[in-house]
Design a protein around this ligand. Structure first.
Ligand code: NDP
Length: 284
């Protein structure tokens, strides 16, 4: 029940209406019987939003595109990892003092380690954006050999330098430099780019592990092609569920059940099989 004691958490981003984080965190709060709610805030003025967090006493926030780096100057303290990555996806408000964390890195590494030992693995990391940075630092810590692909040379080279990785401006021919693991951290595969894959299918080989962090659709074009070619696949919900579970731990000190989070997400992403008569033919 929402009452005068309800604790408020949420996500800030722009756009944010597509976010699945409210499904995840409200599901977790309900299962724990907490008097807490998690809302989505589409933010235009970041400074005013952070003033609001302090002024209204919101306890914790997720941060998404485009604020993961822009938010840093507004925070009181960063943990070591988010300082290194220079991206924050989680805020904790303790009495007006706001701490920043990055759980994307942990979420991705945990999801990968379920299927593959990262030490010494040859990895193609597609992108050098916010999520790619978090994943890259996680891969580096695990001792992977990283190759960065990014359409902006400058950004790709910068991340490669920070990670001690190699930047490659284009994909090598299928016979050269065969990777063992491919990670798509671009937004290619997500609407409006849902009919695209970030790399040519002939690079995919049986036995490779292919992870796509795009989670909507769950089976992206890349993952469908990878499955057809005998690769092991890891979809975006695996990382999403784990980064969210790590946020819950930061906020309330409890590690929620990943499988229950994935069940909630799967339900939210599955369209109803029959149109509801209530819509009377009107498109939703
Ligand atoms: P950013 O905006 O930081 O990065 C998006 C990146 O995608 C940019 O580097 C952009 O390149 C690149 N990109 C977009 N379109 C193209 C294209 N046509 N060709 C090549 N590169 C392209 O976003 P994030 O890193 O935060 O998120 C990236 C994706 O990962 C999103 O789909 C997001 O939903 C998903 N995500 C999933 C998570 C999970 O837990 N599963 C967690 C976080 C993100 P450029 O800069 O050159 O435009």
């Amino acid at each position: 029940m929402i009452d005068a004691h309800t604790q408020i958490y949420g996500i800030i981003g722009n756009p944010v209406k597509h976010s699945l984080s409210p499904i995840i965190h409200n599901g977790v709060f309900q299962r724990l019987g907490l008097n807490a709610i998690y809302l989505a805030f589409e933010v235009n003025d970041l400074k005013k939003a952070i003033d609001g967090v302090r002024g209204l006493g919101l306890l914790g926030l997720s941060v998404t595109t485009p604020f993961k780096t822009e938010i840093i100057p507004f925070l009181d303290e960063l943990d070591e990892l988010s300082r290194k990555i220079q991206a924050v996806n989680t805020l904790l408000n303790e009495g007006g003092k706001i701490f920043g964390f990055n759980t994307d890195c942990l979420g991705a590494v945990q999801a990968l380690k379920e299927k593959v030992n990262l030490t010494g693995k040859r990895v193609y990391l597609l992108d050098a954006g916010g999520a790619a940075r978090a994943i890259g630092f996680g891969l580096k810590k695990e001792g992977a050999e990283i190759f960065i692909f990014n359409r902006s040379k400058e950004r790709g080279e910068k991340l490669a330098k920070e990670l001690g990785a190699r930047y490659l401006p284009e994909f090598p021919s299928p016979r050269d430099l065969i990777p063992e693991l491919i990670i798509n951290a671009t937004s290619i595969g997500m609407a409006p780019l849902a009919n695209q894959s970030p790399l040519p299918a002939d690079l995919l080989r049986e036995g490779m592990v292919v992870m796509d962090i795009v989670y909507h659709p769950r089976q992206t074009k890349l993952l469908k092609e990878a499955r057809l070619r005998g690769c092991q696949i890891i979809d975006g919900l695996e990382m999403l569920a784990r980064q969210a579970a790590a946020q819950t731990e930061i906020w309330i000190g409890h590690k929620p059940d990943i499988d229950l989070i994935k069940e909630d997400l799967q339900k939210a992403l599955t369209p109803p099989s029959l149109p509801s008569p209530d819509y009377g033919g009107i498109e939703r």
